[in-house]
Design a protein around this ligand. Structure first.
Ligand SMILES: [Zn+2]
Length: 214
């Protein structure tokens, strides 16, 4: 099976510095328009090209199993297919989707530009990749890609991840503490039981002594 190193479509790129939104990822490029799509799954880096091609097909790209050639959704819609079937002459290609797509892309750029705060590496309140995606009709991942490539990463996620870690640590500590108390209670119970048993024996002894010796 072909690997990323042998592929024209896939390459490993490093996004930004460290952080949950950054790091190495597999970037796929459309062979025609060079538009790219990043596969964020960390395990993707060690995959051969066939499962990676499958991921592209999931988002409606076209890609051969060896990762030699890929066509993004737009190039598939706008142009002729490389394998010859369903060939659409360029002149007959409908103009509207392309115009709509360009408008959506421009609108998304505008919205990101207006509401992404590069110094804080976050969106202004009420905005996110998803919100802009909804407003423009683009997929959230497309908006995220535009934002990361042209504007910057999201630190908000880092904060959320940190909180998540804190919470996990807190729950772990709480569970350990609960276990300590439960152990203490067990110990107290055992000790009380023992004392009760000893008392009972003493009482029996006392009563027995009173009954029998005479
Ligand atoms: Zn393309």
């Amino acid at each position: 099976m072909a690997s990323i190193e042998q592929s024209n479509v896939f390459e490993i790129v490093q996004i930004g510095r460290r952080g949950p939104n950054n790091g190495p990822r597999v970037r796929a490029r459309c062979s025609k328009c060079r538009r790219h799509f990043d596969i964020r799954d960390p395990s993707a880096r060690s995959l051969p090209t066939e499962p990676l091609a499958k991921k592209l097909r999931h988002i409606d790209w076209e890609c051969d199993g060896a990762g030699k050639k890929a066509l993004c959704t737009k190039c598939r819609q706008g142009g002729s297919k490389p394998n010859g079937k369903d060939t659409v002459p360029p002149a007959a290609a409908p103009k509207t989707p392309t115009t709509t797509a360009v408008k959506a892309t421009l609108a998304a750029y505008k919205l990101i530009g207006e509401h992404y705060l590069p110094d804080d590496q976050r969106y202004a309140t009420g905005f996110s990749d998803a919100v802009i995606g909804t407003k423009t009709g683009l997929a959230e991942s497309v908006v995220a890609d535009m934002r990361e490539t042209e504007f910057g990463p999201l630190q908000v996620d880092q904060e959320a991840t940190r909180l998540q870690h804190d919470l996990t640590a807190f729950v772990k500590n709480a569970n350990e503490e609960i276990k300590t108390y439960a152990d203490m209670l067990d110990e107290i119970k055992r000790s009380l039981n023992q004392q009760v048993t000893e008392l009972r024996l003493k009482v029996d002894d006392y009563v027995g002594n009173k009954k029998h010796p005479r």
